[in-house]
Design a protein around this ligand. Structure first.
Ligand SMILES: NC(=O)C1=CN([C@@H]2O[C@H](COP(=O)(O)OP(=O)(O)OC[C@H]3O[C@@H](n4cnc5c(N)ncnc54)[C@H](O)[C@@H]3O)[C@@H](O)[C@H]2O)C=CC1
Ligand SMILES: O=C(O)[C@@H]1CCC=N1
Length: 265
């Protein structure tokens, strides 16, 4: 695709848009960014990522191959109504929680190819775990564009629309849960008198190492057992987590994300 760059318009220039823009391969995609009039934000994006920006995105639609909606879920109805006037077969992708292909197809002209891509903020380090699902009208070439877009931001998995509804909480939101755990551990670590950099090094590498262990496909329970020397210190800590139902807390947190993201068709 490198000799034939695809033209991508981002609508929305916030945190998720920037994480994606940073990661996407600029040799394959030419990026234009618009939003709802926040010029300071557009200037910042232009300077940081060396991409083009526009104050009038609707005038640029006809030049685009792909339109990525990276604004809040609640702005979609309005933007989709505006897009519908100018669109002519462009691939429309949303990254918004709760906005699946069915939602997009019901609001865009018949036959519009649509996709739902659910990355996480680690996209800016090319470490996102991204999910994607296709609408009914996406052809093979367009599926190739989607995979090329997300190839450079980390790992990806094609799943169903329903699965993204259910799993956004796990791959999109749960990084925030891990950061909360890290915050607590960093606070505790600092109390031992190490400095901030040392505390970050200890906690971040511990989490990164644990993630690598998980990638070996060993069961999490086995890995925990391996850490917990019989009669040793770790078991005492695990007992506190188990007695206080960490698993239940996690289920409740995931369920709260799902409820909030749910959008009626
Ligand atoms: N932050 C995250 O980790 C993830 C976010 N998402 C999704 O990404 C989308 C954006 O979220 P964030 O970047 O976190 O929010 P954000 O608040 O940082 O950015 C939102 C952007 O949308 C723009 N915007 C708002 N209304 C608009 C409109 N009517 N027209 C054009 N632009 C408009 C804002 O100016 C801003 O640039 C959401 O739909 C969210 O569900 C998906 C996966 C992960
Ligand atoms: O908090 C949110 O709504 C978005 C969706 C997944 C991660 N962030």
């Amino acid at each position: 695709m490198s000799n034939n760059k695809k033209h991508v318009l981002f609508i929305g220039a916030g945190r998720m848009a920037q994480a994606l823009i940073k990661g996407i391969n600029k040799n394959e995609f030419s990026i234009l960014v618009g939003n709802n009039g926040n010029e300071d934000r557009l200037r910042e994006v232009k300077e940081t990522f060396e991409v083009e920006t526009t104050n009038h995105w609707s005038q640029e639609i006809h030049k685009m191959d792909i339109i990525i909606l990276a604004m809040p879920p609640e702005s979609h109805d309005d933007i989709l109504a505006k897009l519908s006037k100018d669109i002519s077969g462009q691939l429309v992708i949303t990254v918004a929680a709760g906005i699946g292909p069915t939602y997009l197809e019901s609001r865009l002209p018949k036959g519009t190819p649509v996709s739902w891509v659910m990355p996480n903020t680690a996209a800016k380090l090319c470490k996102s775990m991204t999910l994607y699902a296709l609408g009914q009208n996406v052809n093979q070439e367009q599926q190739g564009w989607i995979e090329a877009l997300i190839y450079d931001i980390g790992e990806f998995e094609k799943v169903t629309e329903q699965q993204i509804h259910e799993l956004t909480a796990v791959t999109g939101s749960a990084p925030a849960f891990i950061y909360r755990v890290a915050e607590a551990l960093e606070k505790i670590t600092l109390e031992s008198g190490v400095n901030k950099d040392q505390a970050r090094k200890l906690v971040a590498n511990m989490i990164a190492g644990s993630a690598e262990m998980l990638k070996t496909n060993a069961a999490p329970a086995e890995l925990a057992d391996e850490v917990a020397t019989p009669g040793g210190s770790t078991a005492a800590g695990l007992e506190i987590l188990d007695t206080n139902h960490l698993d239940r807390l996690m289920i409740d947190a995931i369920e709260a994300c799902r409820q909030k993201a749910m959008r009626q068709e």
